[in-house]
Design a protein around this ligand. Structure first.
Ligand SMILES: [Zn+2]
Length: 234
């Protein structure tokens, strides 16, 4: 069993996608204390990438070295290190900014293959979990030490824009101090979040414009219903 984190900042009613993995195991002797000690690979590698290669990959993928993708990358690694080998991996991002990019760079979970679920709670958190059981590891920003790191605090809480001059210090602090601001917890992800993954959509031809479309969106397309996000200009 895992020791339950006493974390008043995460009220139960906010944990609608996740319930803590606290039952089904018994005996204090089985507590794996090391599991909750955040410790990223000392080599500084990110999966198949060295740190420098990962930074290059971020720039290549999205055009800028976003500190949020660096932090998310560490969060991905912290979760991966704690998952059993052979896990049929799914990923859930709780915020659509930055986190999905790190997941897609470091795992085979992508928006396109459906294995990356973006379930917005607005929190800087991600969960990697086993499709067969829903069991996984959630990495999240833990505020208990955040104020000890003023630059990280300013950035994470969006108190002010990070200047160009501050950026190297911010990245350095992410790399050096992440273990003070990231925590991990065991979770079981609710099945309704991921049960439809991999199911093939059935398709129809829109009867008005004759473009193929997934049938689950209605008997004619959004454009022909007049609710399209664009208008034709010739
Ligand atoms: Zn149509």
């Amino acid at each position: 069993m895992i020791k339950r984190r006493q974390n008043p900042r995460i009220p139960d009613d906010e944990m609608f996608a996740i319930r803590a993995y606290i039952e089904a195991h018994e005996g204090e002797n089985e507590i794996d204390e090391d599991l909750l000690k955040v410790h990223h690979d000392e080599s500084g590698n990110f999966g198949k990438y060295t740190r420098e290669e990962f930074f290059d990959a971020i720039k290549e993928f999205r055009g800028d070295l976003a500190p949020g993708v660096i932090l998310s990358g560490i969060m991905v690694e912290l979760a991966l290190e704690r998952l059993e080998k052979g896990t049929d991996l799914l990923a859930m991002a709780e915020y659509s900014v930055d986190i999905p990019d790190a997941i897609q760079l470091l795992t085979k979970c992508t928006s396109g293959n459906g294995k990356l679920i973006i379930h917005e709670t607005g929190k800087y958190a991600l969960t990697l979990f086993d499709r067969k059981t829903g069991k996984g590891i959630r990495s999240f920003v833990d505020s208990k030490n955040l104020e000890k790191f003023p630059l990280l605090n300013k950035w994470i809480m969006h108190e002010a824009r990070i200047s160009r001059d501050e950026m190297p210090d911010l990245i350095d602090s992410i790399i050096s101090d992440y273990d003070s601001i990231i925590s991990v917890m065991k979770v079981v992800v609710s099945e309704d979040i991921y049960e439809d993954i991999g199911e093939e959509d059935s398709f129809i031809m829109c009867p008005l414009c004759f473009e193929p479309m997934a049938a689950k969106y209605g008997d004619k397309c959004a454009f022909c219903k007049g609710v399209s996000p664009f208008e034709s200009v010739g």
